[in-house]
Structure formats: C-alpha cells, structure tokens
Design a protein around this ligand. Structure first.
Ligand SMILES: Cc1cc2nc3c(=O)[nH]c(=O)nc-3n(C[C@H](O)[C@H](O)[C@H](O)COP(=O)(O)O)c2cc1C
Length: 327
C-alpha cells in the first residue's frame, strides 16, 4: 500500500502578527507547521539598525520549527549585510520579499514593485550571490501589473542557486482581492528549475484537497490567513485529529499569547492592539464571527479585553473556518 504523501507546510509571514511571541506560542499549542518566517525587515544599513527588532531574531527555531528571517530591499548591499548578520546569529536561510503589494512600498521598486524589472533583480542577485554566506529563497507574486512579468523573471531566477521560490499566485495590483491565478502558476511550475512553494487562499481542508489535486507534483505549501483563522488547519491537513473540545485548546492558546505579550510589552496597552489584529482572523472560526470580533474590537482596557474574550469563549461555538473566503 502506498503511504499518503507528506506535505510540508509553512506559516506565512504577517507584519504585526507573526511576531516572535506568536511563533513561539503558536508552535507550542498546534502541530503541523514545518517552517516559520519573520515579517519583513527593512532599512538594515548596519548592525545597529537591527537593534529595536533584534528580539525578533533571538531564536532560530521555535519548538523545533525553523525560522527564516525575511528582508524587503532593492539594495544588494543591504541584502548581503542582512544575510551576514543572520548567518552570524545561526540562521541557515534568509528570504527576499518580492511580494509586498502596498503602494508606498511598490512605488519605490520594492516588494512586488520590483517584479516588472528583471534586469534590476538580475543585477542584485549577481552582486549578492558570490558573497552570501547563507541560503537565499524568494517570496514573490506573479507580477505587479500582469502575469507576463513572472514569465520574464523566471529565466533570471533559473540562473541562480535560490533555495526555493514561494509564489503567492496573485498580482501586486490585486492586493488580496480577486482570485488566485492557478493557470499562470501552472506555467511557472513548467518553467522554473527551482523547488517551488504555492501560496494563496488555502482556507480549509477542502481548499487544500483542491489545490493539491491541481498540483500533485508539489510538496510545499505556505498558508497565511487560513491558519490565523483556524490554527488546527495544519494539523488537520496532516491527519492529526482536532482535540476535544477545541475551545479548550483555543482558550489556552489565546491566554498564553495575551499574557506573553503583556510581559513582553511591560503591561502596555499595545498588547490589546496586537490581540485585536490577531482576533480579526481567529474570530472567523466561531459561529458568530462579527459578534465575537465586534466586542473585542471595542476594548480599550485589559479588564474589558478579558471580559470580551471570556464572553466569546463561553457563548459562541468553534466551527473552524470551514472554507469561507477570507478578505
Ligand atoms: C496584514 C498582512 C501582513 C503581511 N505581511 C507580510 C510580510 O511581512 N511578508 C510577506 O512576505 N508577506 C506578508 N503578507 C502576505 C502573506 O504572507 C501571504 O502571502 C498572503 O496572506 C497570502 O496567503 P494566504 O492566502 O494563505 O493568506 C501579509 C499579509 C497581510 C494580510
């Protein structure tokens, strides 16, 4: 009998959410994730510029799951410096963000704003690779304006020993709207000589089944919003049963996250803002998401937050995301 195929699952980076605290607590409570990414670093001109975010790079793995630091840059020197610093801290790979869609980033030819310029990307990779002491992977979209851009870029990527290419199968201009373009992703797979990772709109086991059937040759998948909404998802995709009752685990998870942030932020109310961002996704797995999030969103004190969370956990039912499209 053939053994079921084992899939490798990555947690997508989210600025402001998938922090070092989150990565530690998430992997403590939920099985199934094989790789973690930091949100992007930028403005790395010297070792000192890491100072305020050095904590983000304190651990090269969380509960046995490796961390890949990510850089957003169009400057070969900056990528090299970041690679060297990460290498010295014990990391084995860095990831180059060519996917960020935000206009203030893209307008400056960074993130997905660099995708229409394959010659510039070539120049950067030519400068970086000879001196880089660490593996380099890329996370990109299909293009900024149109999907021809990735097709022009693949011959460039093919010239360099990138460790893998993660593709969020949308255009930069789309931001997070509209559908993923699996037809173009199929063409990308045919043209690329690298290990490829699919990313985009995997929200449920049914979505995963659908995408793995479309791409049976792929082994690597990155999941973002689906996993923030339903942290049981990676385990489920690997056949690990959801513990009963699920809300027992969710309660421990959200409490652990909340108290660890309070400690990390010296009891500052910043904790509430981070938890609100986090609950904007997690609430989607309850039977009444708008009620759950509505109450938490209004909180301005620790007492109010704790009451709102207790109310949600005592009065609403955990359903899992169940395939709803997340915006
Ligand atoms: C609020 C927010 C912050 C994000 N921050 C980053 C980031 O720092 N680096 C990155 O490569 N992608 C970032 N992303 C993109 C996600 O990693 C992921 O590619 C995207 O959500 C698509 O995957 P999904 O459909 O599984 O959510 C961010 C997305 C959102 C919505």
């Amino acid at each position: 009998m053939l053994l079921p195929k084992t899939h490798t699952l990555y947690l997508a980076p989210f600025q402001g959410i998938t922090t070092q605290v989150f990565r530690e607590i998430f992997t403590r409570h939920f099985p199934g994730t094989d790789k973690l990414f930091t949100a992007f670093f930028t403005g790395i001109n010297n070792e000192k510029s890491l100072r305020s975010r050095r904590k983000e790079l304190e651990k090269t793995s969380h509960n046995g799951v490796p961390v890949i630091p990510q850089i957003l840059s169009k400057d070969a020197g900056e990528i090299l410096l970041f690679g060297k610093l990460c290498h010295n801290m014990g990391f084995s790979e860095i990831n180059w963000n060519l996917g960020c869609p935000f206009p203030r980033v893209a307008r400056k030819m960074r993130g997905s704003g660099l995708l229409p310029y394959p010659e510039k990307i070539m120049e950067i990779l030519e400068t970086v690779f000879p001196s880089l002491p660490i593996k380099l992977s890329v996370k990109c979209r299909l293009g900024y304006h149109n999907a021809d851009e990735i097709m022009a870029l693949l011959p460039v990527f093919n010239k360099f020993p990138l460790s893998e290419i993660i593709v969020h199968a949308r255009l930069g201009e789309q931001m997070y709207k509209g559908n993923v373009d699996t037809d173009t992703f199929r063409k990308v797979l045919q043209q690329s000589m690298h290990e490829m990772v699919y990313n985009g709109d995997i929200f449920s086991p049914a979505d995963f089944e659908d995408i793995t059937q479309q791409f049976p040759q792929l082994n690597y998948w990155m999941i973002g919003r689906g996993l923030l909404a339903d942290p049981f998802l990676p385990g489920q995709l690997k056949g690990i049963p959801i513990p009963e009752p699920p809300l027992g685990v969710i309660r421990k998870y959200v409490d652990d996250l909340y108290y660890t942030y309070r400690k990390a932020f010296n009891d500052s109310l910043r904790t509430i803002n981070v938890m609100k961002e986090f609950w904007s996704y997690l609430s989607l797995s309850f039977d009444r998401p708008e009620r759950v999030f509505g109450k938490i969103k209004k909180c301005t004190s620790f007492d109010a937050y704790e009451d709102a969370v207790n109310f949600a956990l005592n009065n609403y039912t955990w359903q899992g995301n169940g395939g709803k499209k997340i915006k």
